[in-house]
Design a protein around this ligand. Structure first.
Ligand SMILES: Cc1ncc(COP(=O)(O)OP(=O)(O)O)c(N)n1
Ligand SMILES: Cc1nc(C(=O)O)sc1CCOP(=O)(O)O
Ligand SMILES: [Mg+2]
Length: 223
């Protein structure tokens, strides 16, 4: 994920992989490589909740090179200081995490800092004005990965992408089968967990299915 809007050489909507809620780094490493070798992925977010910092650091040490060697940005969820120390490309912070401005101070201007904005135009405008590299809206669909307290609609993405330059990420229950309205509404990135790591034919098949669906939606909306 380069900073800013996708360039002309990049698709207008790209995949943003979020890791499964629990993982063992050595066992997960080949699955991550399989996913990243299966097609275009802009970014990987390591999301380990309620996990000791030493374990997160070890997971970064194993998984970060797999992403960065493939020019895929490696972002850590929730922990800006650890993200800096572990050589991550950035951090994702939510509304009850380290505030955006503090995360930016910790990581510096070259890092990617993304902010959860739920279903809120107001939160997104604040994050955008403060300098966030992307705003994340969700959940768009029911998700089994976490208890989602907010429900976002595709028109939020259309409103945002027509008015703002800051890229937007859509998250929550997104699959190859349901993603088309989010792509045509203007999502710059689709963030997914279960549609890739829970795909019955493996994560590579999950990435291929999502990229095919994104491509079909973009082709359909071009004409
Ligand atoms: C890309 C992306 N969008 C939203 C979230 C959710 O962040 P947050 O609200 O802080 O909740 P947790 O993920 O920390 O449980 C995210 N992680 N990534
Ligand atoms: C981490 C996360 N944040 C969400 C939000 O709405 O902010 S939904 C979510 C989980 C996304 O997982 P899946 O693709 O399996 O539904
Ligand atoms: Mg968080």
């Amino acid at each position: 994920m380069a900073k800013g809007k996708p360039t002309q050489a990049e698709p207008a909507c790209r995949l943003y992989l979020v890791t499964p809620p629990a993982l063992e780094p050595a066992a997960f490493a080949p699955l991550l490589a399989e996913a990243l070798d299966a097609g275009d992925v802009a970014c990987v977010q390591l999301r380990l909740k309620d996990c000791p910092e030493d374990d997160i650091r070890r997971a970064c040490d194993v998984l970060r090179p797999i992403a960065q060697e493939r020019d895929v940005a490696f972002i850590l969820n929730d922990h800006p200081r650890l993200a800096r120390e572990a050589g991550c490309d950035g951090v994702h912070v939510g509304q009850t995490d380290t505030p955006y401005r503090d995360a930016r101070k910790i990581l510096g201007n070259d890092a990617i800092v993304g902010v959860t904005c739920h279903d809120s135009r107001h939160l997104a405008m604040i994050a955008g004005e403060e300098g966030a590299d992307y705003v994340a809206f969700g959940a768009f669909f029911p998700t089994t990965t976490k208890t989602a307290e907010y429900k976002a609609e595709p028109e939020l993405l259309s409103w945002w992408s027509e008015l703002m330059e800051v890229p937007c990420v859509a998250i929550g229950g997104i699959t190859a089968e349901n993603c088309a309205p989010l792509v045509t509404a203007g999502a710059d990135f689709l963030a997914v967990v279960n549609a890739v790591w829970g795909h019955p034919q493996g994560p590579g098949a999950g990435v291929r299915a999502l990229n095919a669906a994104i491509g079909a939606a973009l082709a359909g909306s071009a004409g």
